[in-house]
Unconditional design. Structure first.
Length: 540
């Protein structure tokens, strides 16, 4: 009997344990969901509390500041490009032999070869070491992109999605009539009263969607600013005070450092930046430079609100990752090497990316104007572009030594010289001064050098630096002579030609502005001048 009782008790225990475990599991889920809901609410409360504190300061923290004049890109002496002595004759002779030249008259061939040797003697390859006066470090890696001080969550507000265009790329954000407001004046109280309205649920969804679009398109800080500008201008009116107030809300709540400012009639947003921007008015506020970006006014004095938001971060102008703009293909352009007609590639550019680059402000770090070139050279070429040319280039470079591969890429970028701009449709990589094309000094990203027919020395060197790093896998530096920018390559084996030593490593000169030249050759106009070296990061 006792045995039966014990067995019965064991059976009951076996039956009860799963039920208890299931109940405990339900209780755990319930507790976890309650915790998540509480944490979510605390996140929202923390951000809203910080925003409420911020609006209090907006009422009073205004002070007049004078604008500092825009920093202009320094003017430099111009170094004209050169064609290597004997280049045309040498090239013609090479292809004459390649394509049936042996059938020509022997005396004519001997006469041509004698002339080629005479011309080549003028450019006998030297193996000179150039002095380096300054080595400019590569910019520090871009910090993590700014984030809100707490997680932004969606609400149940039923606003529909509004589509808007950002450089041909469609974005969507929930916005409705309950997001509209009217800013009647620009006093601290009037601005603060309207800012309080942004604590309503519909603005949480607006901010949430903006951050999701930034993530979906991998937008850099500058692209994200342009996206917010396009959104607020479309919904609230182009550069209206309401649009600027909403722009400042979205920008600051996304984690960026900004300040509101006004001149009594117009509201502005000025932004802090890690980079010093050329051509932009700026204001020195609490130890930082704040820039007026929208170019609607070059104000001498502004009333600026000094109210701060927690954990705000300055704008970064680095673009260390590829952005996802929609493709808008341009017409095809075929670019052929000046020496090797087989090294020829047909390319379409993405007009949307070109339009974006047109808005990008040239900038520098610290007090060194030459750091501006590193930012262009360290921005990866877009996948849309590399997918078109890199497979074919890799195939044609297969089996070549590093020197031979770099030489082929150098000849491809060298292009021709067209200082008088007589034939803009000749192809690409035509040399011309920026002032004669744009009216001012302008730097190009790699895609721009392929899209526009005219380049100068810095554009060619920046593009070639991408190709060598990506396709040959070698470290490169930019080499600055007074008025001229070239490039140098660190080869794995000893290569003859002019060179510099950088931190004990040998970099051989490679100048894509010297048309028809070989790696290691230097233009006579800059030969022997002390150089400054700009370090670049490895792209691939």
């Amino acid at each position: 009997m006792k045995k039966l009782i014990v067995i019965f008790q064991l059976l009951m225990l076996v039956m009860v344990l799963p039920v208890q475990a299931q109940n405990q599991k339900k209780d755990f889920r319930k507790d976890f969901e309650a915790f998540k809901k509480k944490a979510k609410q605390e996140y929202a409360d923390f951000r809203k509390q910080a925003f409420a504190e911020y609006t209090k300061f907006v009422r009073e923290a205004w002070e007049e500041f004078g604008a500092e004049p825009p920093v202009q890109i320094p003017e430099e002496e111009k170094v004209e490009p050169m064609v290597a002595p004997g280049f045309e004759e040498e090239t013609a002779g090479f292809f004459s032999k390649l394509f049936g030249g042996g059938k020509k008259d022997k005396k004519e061939k001997e006469k041509k070869e004698k002339k080629e040797k005479k011309e080549m003697a003028k450019r006998e390859k030297t193996n000179d070491q150039f002095a380096v006066s300054t080595v400019i470090d590569a910019p520090a890696p871009a910090p993590k992109q700014p984030q809100p001080i707490s997680k932004v969550t969606q609400t149940s507000d039923p606003n529909p999605y509004m589509s808007f265009d950002v450089f041909g790329t469609q974005c969507r954000v929930r916005m409705g009539d309950n997001c509209r407001f009217h800013l009647s004046g620009l006093s601290g109280d009037e601005i603060a009263d309207k800012l309080i309205e942004f604590q309503k649920p519909q603005f949480d969804n607006m901010l949430y969607d903006c951050l999701e679009e930034r993530k979906a398109h991998n937008f850099s800080d500058w692209a994200y600013y342009q996206m917010l500008l396009a959104l607020t201008n479309k919904f609230y009116g182009n550069h209206t005070n309401e649009a600027t107030l909403a722009l400042g809300f979205l920008y600051s709540q996304s984690g960026y450092k900004m300040r509101y400012a006004h001149d009594g009639k117009t509201l502005y947003m000025i932004v802090a930046s890690q980079y010093n921007m050329f051509g932009k008015s700026y204001y020195y506020v609490d130890g930082e430079w704040y820039y007026l970006l929208d170019n609607v006014k070059d104000a001498e004095k502004l009333n600026i609100c000094r109210a701060k938001f927690p954990k705000e971060s300055p704008l970064s102008l680095q673009m260390s990752a590829r952005q996802n703009f929609a493709n808008n293909p341009t017409n095809e352009r075929t670019i052929t090497s000046v020496r090797n007609p087989d090294f020829s590639f047909t390319i379409k550019s993405n007009k949307n990316s070109i339009d974006f680059y047109n808005t990008y402000p040239c900038s520098y770090t610290g007090d060194n104007f030459m750091t501006r070139w590193a930012n262009y050279a360290n921005t990866p070429l877009e996948k849309w572009l590399t997918d078109q040319i890199y497979p074919g280039m890799r195939e044609k470079l297969k089996g070549l030594t590093p020197l031979e591969a770099v030489q082929q890429l150098d000849w491809w970028v060298q292009g021709k010289i067209d200082l008088k701009r007589e034939n803009p449709n000749q192809g690409c990589f035509l040399y011309a001064y920026d002032e004669s094309v744009w009216g001012y000094d302008r730097n190009f990203f790699g895609e721009e050098s392929i899209f526009y027919p005219y380049n100068d020395c810095e554009d060619k060197s920046i593009l070639l630096s991408h190709l060598v790093r990506d396709l040959v896998g070698l470290d490169v530096v930019l080499v600055y002579y007074p008025g001229h920018l070239a490039m140098a390559v660190n080869f794995p084996n000893n290569v003859e030609g002019d060179y510099i030593l950088v931190n004990g490593r040998k970099f051989t000169i490679c100048d894509p502005t010297y048309v028809g030249s070989y790696v290691g050759e230097t233009m006579s106009t800059v030969k022997g001048l002390a150089t400054k070296v700009i370090l670049l990061k490895r792209i691939n």
